[in-house]
Every structure is written in structure tokens, then in C-alpha cells.
Design a protein around this ligand. Structure first.
Ligand code: SF4
Length: 682
């Protein structure tokens, strides 16, 4: 094709943040080309990235504002839709209170959109603003902030190539963050030892030199067992501990009860493998820790993260090339949405809402005296408050909690109980179906702004094509509603908002559109225009108040729900290589859907046999909260007693439990008690 142009963009799916070129011909995105010199992906894209253009043209795209009238949808003009939203927000505040409002921001939206969205919530007088980071990596924010003073990935992914040992726990990155695996293969080619800990023999585990197949929910026992071996065998980095850390004695005392034998009995991992993994990690010159939602999605998620950080501090594997702690973020802008303050307890830049000085700074910048000092509600808490009638009106931008939140039937009931629900999205999601008003949004390729990837790399992208019908960029929608509420947010140009972010968020102080549009992007913290950005954190000191890394003693605790006679199997949920989150985009991408149209449940041959289930049979998966139909995939890659379901399909989260981590408030998606029976829908 001759007269096409190539527009650089950032992948809309996961937090790896691969860039590629979109081929545009006569206003249409007709294909993509690889960006072979991109520092994260090197031109490699996973199956989702390769298929990222298809859903843009799906006939289901929302093209007009819609209001529900007598049970069906009626197209309305933008002015009416925007006026209605402003009136409902204002009326709810006047009749009840600002805390009767709930706002769900989005890890799929840009930094600029999330910044203005949380600003609008806060100017309305509430901190009830949250997003799906709560459901994936809020324990990273809590756990790493306690240990290192900053809840973010410490090193770039390419640094993995320089490690002598890579410890991967609770992450199947070969499937879910595939281009990042390249750096691990490079390390392995140079002799690095790869340790993988996971309840399933995943695609990632196939590359391991040491595979530790642990019971779901036993991560702390494993990590504490490893810490004990490191300490008792004299493998800890005493110099680093003495100069750069606090709390070693307390940690050492706390892990002593986790002998390899005890850790083995709690985890199912043989004692000798625990010892061998401890030696490999501690004796490496540079060792890196990689983890994902297998660590975070537990009622002890924050403690799991702290246990990972303890090992890095114990061995001095932090603040150097090839030595770090790398949480792999799921969504393309989950890091940025957190940075922008789309969280109920912190303002942009993680400044607590309870901190009077921080509030005063934002109050001055935003010309308001209406900032609440009271931390708001999290996603799951907002659903409970909606059901109890405390939240009356909710505005959900780019999220689908009916599919993605735990105990999803309860979420549906809660949203249906609201006086008024506004959903802003690109498709009629299961959540949008419950709404009173729908605002059609532009997809990523139809707008501009920045995403911050899992490495804290901020990358700018321009629009590639126009949105369908009357769909509008989220930034424009937010600014128009703000205007109707009497707030002056500008005309919705992302560059202007980024300039405001430069003023309010110190770590983004020097990140301009031009710098973020460069091939490398910019790693925060980048406090000034002259600053080069910071690919590696904690090189000289930690971001804690004392400047020292803090050991955090943590203890093994059982999961919230135990198996029983009626529910004898542990259900754990996770991702597939080909699908993405709630499936809103990948289930509207034929080249993906043709390959994986339905959920399959992984079940061990012994458990299948006991129920008369054969490979390919239709089965019911049942918990106390609901049931789901799936196809049996009988496999010995999973341990007997444990079953696995991917969460990308409708109703899977009817099964999961909404028990929460006390600090991060993340639900325990990774452990629920279930039974599996042969048969179709009930
Ligand atoms: Fe997109 Fe993530 Fe795949 Fe890269 S790894 S192409 S960012 S989904």
C-alpha cells in the first residue's frame, strides 16, 4: 500500500508498554509495523498486541450517548447527556453529601484523564475514587512503600538480562507479559539460574532450573523459609544490611520458626529445593525478583510483597543493574493511574489526603477550599456502600466491575441499587448494561496522552484515527462535565494537563510531551526539565523517611476460605496468553476468540477421575457464591486438590470471594473453596 503513513503508538493492553507503528491509509488503521528499536519490546509483540487494532472497528462500539428509558436505550445529544451527569452529581451532593458519590477511574485511561477525573471527584468534596489497581497491585503500593518507600518496579525490564539469578514467583510472564521474557532468556543464555515458584507448572515454569510448586496461599512460608536458610548459612549481605537497612534483628527472629522442613510442610515444596533456591538467590552477584498477581491477590497480599522485599534487602539485591524487585503490572496504565492519585487515600504523587500540608498545596493549585481530609472508599467498599444505600450516584470510567470484581453477583446487585449510574466506555459492558446513562468514549488509538508502563516509563502517544460516530475522548468528557459543575479544567488537551501534572507531582516534574514522545520515554522520578529520569531506584538511599530499607517481619496465615467436605478443591484464577482482563476487548477480537472462545478449567487427573470427568467434558464449578460452566482440561500441570480458571469470561467472578487484605483492600482472587461436577448449566 503506497500512500499510508506510520503513526507510533503504545499498546493498549498490558503494563509492559510495547510500542509499535500503526499503518494508516485514508484515515483507517490498516495494519501495524514493529518498532524494532524500542527499549522494552525490541519490536516483539504478544498475540494481544498483534491483534490490538481489530476491536477498534468492532460493530459493538458505542457511538452515541444513551439513556435508559422504559428498559431500553435511547440515543440522546451530548449536551443533554453532559447536563444530566452534572445535575445528578450536584443533586446527590445537595440532597445527601459528597460522600454519596462514587468515582471509578481506569487503568486503561491516560495519566491526564485519571488526573482530571480524580481532581473532579476531589473538587466535588469526596475521596471516593479508586480503580482496578485495587484488584491487582495495591499490595505492591503498600508493601514496597513500607520496605523501600516507593511502591514501584525498581529496575527496567532489560536489566533482567544482567542478572545471575532470577526468582519468579506468582507470575506466568511467558503467557502474560511475553516480550519481557526475552530479557530472561538472555540472562539464562549467559548462565543465570532461573527459579520459578507457582502452584501450576506454567509455560514460564518450563524454563526454570528450579521449579517450586507451592500450594496456593503459602508464599510467605516459602519466602520466610528461604530467608531463614540465607541467615543461618551466613549468606546474608551483612555490609548492605548494616549500612542501608533497619529491622534486621526483628526479621531474623521472625523467620527462625520457618525451618526448611516446616516451610516444606506448609508449602508442599521439598525442603531440599527450598535450601537450593535460597543458596542460588543469595550467592548470585546480581539477583532479581519478579512477581505478579500470584503474590498480590491474597488477603495477605501486602505481606507477600513485604516477604519478597525482605529477601532483596537481606542479600543486597537492590539499587544496582540486574538486582531489583520487579512487580509486573497488568494493565497498560495501572502504574500511571496510581501515580495520578486515582486512589481513595492519596492525592497525586502518593501524598496522603490526611496530610494537611499536601491538601493545602493542592487546594492552592486547584483554587478550592473543599478537599476532604477523610480517606475515601475503595472499589469493593464502594460496592458495599452502594448496596447499603450510602452511595447514591456512581460514575464509572472505563472499568467493568460486574465482570472483574469478586463475588460479582453482589456487585451487580449493588450497582442496580444506585439512584443513578453513569458508565463511560467503548463497549456496552456488563456494567454498562446496568447504567442509567452511557457516555461513548474514544479508544486509545483515537486520542492522545501518556501511559506509564510497569517500569515507570512515561510514554506519549498521538491519535491514530478518529473515534466512531459521536464517541469522544475521556478527557473532553471530563472537562465538559467539570465546566457544568463550575470548575475550569481547560479544553481537554492532554499536553496542558500534563503541564499541570508537572506542577503537582514532583516525580513527573520534568516529563513533557516532547520528552515522553521520544523512543526511550522518561522514567520517573524526573523532577525537572534537566533531569534525565531514573531507570533504577534506591541506588544510594531508599525513599523511606530514614533513607533505609525497612525489613518487615510477616507470618504465614491461612487463606480466608478453607476447603470443606462440600467444597473440597482450591479454586485459583488467573490469565491466559490470548485474553485480557474482563475480555471486553479480546472477546471482541475474532483472531483471538476463534482460538479461545470459552473458559477451560484445569483439573488434575486424580480429581477429574473421582468425579467421573473426562478431558473435554462440560463441568460445573461451584462455590458458596455461585456456579459457572466450563470445559474440563485434565492436566497434571496442576496439583491434585487445586483447579484453575481464567478470569476473562463472564460470571467467573461469581465464584471468587470478596475477603480483603486489611491494608491494601485487595480481594483474595487466588484462593476459594469449590467443587467441580460433571454436567451443563444449572
Ligand atoms: Fe501489548 Fe503487553 Fe503484549 Fe506488549 S506484552 S504487546 S504491551 S499486551
Amino acid at each position: 500500500m503506497k500512500d499510508h503513513k506510520l503513526v507510533p503508538t503504545v499498546c493498549p493492553y498490558c503494563g509492559v508498554g510495547c510500542r509499535f507503528f500503526v499503518k494508516v491509509h485514508q484515515g483507517h488503521a490498516v495494519g501495524l509495523e514493529y518498532m524494532t528499536d524500542h527499549p522494552v519490546s525490541g519490536g516483539r509483540l504478544c498475540a494481544k498486541g498483534n491483534a490490538a487494532l481489530e476491536f477498534l472497528y468492532h460493530p459493538d462500539r458505542l457511538k452515541n450517548p444513551l439513556k435508559k428509558a422504559n428498559g431500553s436505550w435511547e440515543k440522546i445529544p451530548w449536551d443533554e447527556a453532559l447536563d444530566t451527569v452534572a445535575e445528578k452529581l450536584q443533586a446527590t451532593t445537595n440532597s445527601h453529601s459528597a460522600n454519596s458519590l462514587g468515582f471509578l477511574a481506569s487503568a486503561k485511561c491516560t495519566n491526564e484523564e485519571n488526573y482530571l477525573f480524580q481532581k473532579l471527584a476531589r473538587l466535588s468534596g469526596t475521596n471516593n475514587v479508586d480503580h482496578c489497581a485495587r484488584l491487582c497491585h495495591s499490595p505492591t503500593v503498600v508493601g514496597l512503600a513500607r520496605a523501600f518507600g516507593s511502591g514501584a518496579m525498581t529496575n527496567p525490564l532489560s536489566d533482567l538480562a544482567l542478572a545471575d539469578c532470577i526468582f519468579i514467583i506468582g507470575s506466568n510472564l511467558a503467557d502474560n507479559h511475553a516480550p519481557a521474557l526475552h530479557w530472561i532468556w538472555l540472562a539464562k543464555d549467559q548462565g543465570a539460574k532461573i527459579i520459578v515458584a507457582d502452584p501450576r507448572l506454567t509455560t514460564t515454569a518450563w524454563m526454570a532450573d528450579e521449579f517450586l510448586q507451592l500450594y496456593p496461599g503459602s508464599d510467605i512460608a516459602l519466602l520466610n523459609g528461604i530467608a531463614r536458610v540465607i541467615i543461618t548459612e551466613g549468606l546474608a549481605d551483612k555490609d548492605f544490611i548494616g549500612k542501608r537497612t533497619s529491622g534486621f534483628k526483628e526479621l531474623a527472629a521472625s523467620v527462625m520458626e520457618y525451618s526448611p522442613e516446616k516451610a516444606a510442610s506448609l508449602t508442599g515444596v521439598p525442603a531440599e529445593k527450598i535450601v537450593s533456591a535460597a543458596r542460588a538467590y543469595a550467592q548470585a552477584n546480581s539477583a532479581s525478583f519478579v512477581y505478579c498477581m500470584g503474590i498480590t491477590q491474597h488477603t495477605v497480599g501486602s505481606d507477600n510483597v513485604a516477604a519478597c522485599a525482605n529477601l532483596a534487602l537481606l542479600t543486597g539485591n537492590i539499587g544496582r543493574r540486574g538486582a531489583g524487585v520487579l512487580p509486573l503490572r497488568g494493565q497498560n496504565n495501572v502504574q500511571g493511574a496510581c501515580d495520578m492519585g486515582a486512589l481513595p487515600g492519596v492525592l497525586p504523587g502518593y501524598q496522603p489526603v490526611t496530610d494537611a500540608d499536601a491538601r493545602a498545596r493542592f487546594a492552592e493549585n486547584w483554587e478550592t477550599d473543599n478537599l476532604s481530609p477523610e480517606p475515601g472508599l475503595t472499589v469493593v467498599e464502594m460496592m458495599k456502600a452502594a448496596e447499603d444505600g450510602q452511595i447514591k450516584t456512581m460514575w464509572i470510567m472505563g472499568e467493568d466491575p460486574v465482570t472483574s470484581d469478586p463475588n460479582a453477583k453482589h456487585v451487580h446487585k449493588a450497582l442496580a441499587a444506585l439512584d443513578f449510574l453513569i458508565v463511560q466506555d467503548i463497549f456496552l459492558t456488563d456494567t454498562a448494561k446496568v447504567a442509567d446513562l452511557i457516555l461513548p468514549a474514544a479508544a486509545w488509538a483515537e486520542k492522545c496522552g501518556t501511559f506509564t508502563n510497569t517500569e515507570r516509563r512515561v510514554q506519549w502517544f498521538d491519535p491514530v484515527i478518529s473515534p466512531p460516530g459521536e464517541a469522544k475522548a475521556d478527557l473532553w468528557i471530563i472537562c465538559e462535565i467539570a465546566k457544568r459543575l463550575g470548575f475550569e479544567f481547560g479544553e481537554g488537551y492532554a499536553g496542558e494537563v500534563l503541564a499541570e501534572i508537572n506542577q503537582g507531582v514532583a516525580a513527573y516534574g520534568g516529563i513533557t510531551c516532547v520528552r515522553a514522545a521520544s523512543l526511550e520515554g522518561v522514567h520517573w522520578p524526573c523532577p525537572s526539565a534537566e533531569h534525565p529520569g531514573t531507570p533504577i531506584l534506591h541506588t544510594e538511599s531508599f525513599s523511606t523517611a530514614s533513607g533505609k530499607g525497612q525489613f518487615i517481619p510477616v507470618n504465614h496465615q491461612p487463606a480466608a476460605e478453607a476447603v470443606s467436605e462440600d467444597y473440597p478443591l482450591v479454586l485459583t484464577t488467573g490469565r491466559l496468553a490470548l485474553h485480557y482482563n474482563s475480555g471486553t476487548m479480546t472477546r471482541r477480537t475474532n483472531q483471538i476468540l476463534e482460538r479461545v472462545p470459552n473458559p477451560e478449567i484445569e483439573i488434575h487427573p486424580q480429581d477429574a477421575q473421582s468425579q467421573g470427568i473426562k478431558h473435554g467434558d462440560t463441568v460445573n464449578v461451584i462455590t458458596t457464591r455461585g456456579n459457572v460452566t466450563a470445559v474440563a482440561r485434565v492436566t497434571d500441570t496442576i496439583e491434585s486438590g487445586v483447579v484453575f480458571l481464567p478470569f476473562h469470561f463472564p460470571d467467573i467472578n461469581n465464584l471468587t470471594i470478596d475477603a480483603l487484605d486489611a491494608d491494601a483492600k485487595i480481594p483474595e482472587y487466588k484462593v476459594a473453596a469449590c467443587r467441580v461436577e460433571k454436567g451443563g448449566p444449572q
